[in-house]
Design a binder for this molecule. Sequence first.
Ligand code: ATP
Ligand code: MG
Length: 427
Amino acid sequence: MNVIPREQHKISRDHISSGALKVISRLREADFQAYLVGGAVRDLLLQGHPKDFDVATDATPEAVNDLFRNSRIIGRRFRIVHVRFGREVIEVTTFRGHHDSDTSERGRNAHSQQSASGLLLRDNVFGTLEEDAVRRDLTVNALYYDPETEEVFDHVNGLQDLQDRAIRVIGDPEQRYTEDPVRMLRVLRFAAKLNFSLEPTTAEAIQKCAHLLLEIPSARLFDEFLKLFLNGSAAATLEQLLEYDLLRYLFPETAAELEHDELALPLIRAAMRNTDTRIAQGKPVTPAFQLAALLWPVARAQADQLEEQGESPLAAMHSAAQLTIAEAARHISIPRRFSQPMREIWEFQLRLQNRRGRKAAELVDQRRFRAAYDFLLLREEAGEYTDDLGQWWTEFQELPMEQRLQQAGSRGSGRRRPRKRGAKPVA
Ligand code: ATP
Ligand code: MG
């Protein structure tokens, strides 16, 4: 075990949340071990500002729970304790121990469970700090910090990898991906976020193990999707997923569409850049917008097909939206609070084609207008032909209602102009 004294690293206690420090000192007062661990130590060493703080301890979840009134035990597959301080949540995990080839009674009991294929179904066997370090995913995520002595403990040569800007899975990558295939997504996420390179064996094993992602429950894939695309590096993450061909385990229909729709990738890239920019500016973001972009090529193709079969554009888009979301949800669960706005953004694209009448004038005030309009601009940015619709709405929405009504050629009759026959829909 490498111990790095305070003079040899740049972690400043001032950048550590008071909640995390409190948790650590309270655990230590109760004679437990406790360290800051994971992403927070990594980010502190990189001079970044950690977004959350994880604590590792030898106290069991129950013991932690007993010590903090403001805490609760969560998770089944991997039980941890959340300790809340106002808006901040400190994640406290008990040191994990060995269990894979462990034939002792302890290793075979209900605390640990593996599927026939080696997938770790449950990991609640506890151990020492050294054991805990090698159970973690990446060397750069397995550094421990002692806020009292200000020493860093490095059991896996993580500091060297941090200096080399390398993402390296601890142990044998193939075995570690087999235990938990989501680690492959984590590898790509951290490579993108930190702008690090994959160490060769870490990279090579991905191709071999990628198919194991099919075993991951759709709810966990969605959780991981949020971490992949809402961390401010969505554009870089997308490129990693494409390079290692993992997008098809999250969105198989999209991946298939990318093969023959050359507008698909530019649109998805534009949406990811857009989200990253908004996050950098501190603006709110919703995964519904990204999902709308990721699945638009699929929905669009479906709608085209239905139109060819004689459905009206609106009916076709309506059914296509439903089909697309249902299909996608077989792999990655999409909660209704996101699928509903996605559908509205898509259907709105057709309504935005109509520049005339009271309907057009009123559209601007509708709840989903802003997101739908932003989405239209993305489609244009991606090279889709829309007959300058975006520019038109950019100007039109700035007008007061009175003038909008005038410009749209409506005297408030609400009468619809008949659709020109043979006019090609732009969406
Ligand atoms: P972030 O900045 O995204 O919070 P993080 O490194 O803290 O990054 P978390 O998902 O919060 O990532 O996990 C905390 C720590 O738990 C990680 O640093 C890693 O050591 C360990 N960990 C998380 N998921 C896994 C996993 N699937 N397998 C092994 N270790 C894991
Ligand atoms: Mg974390």
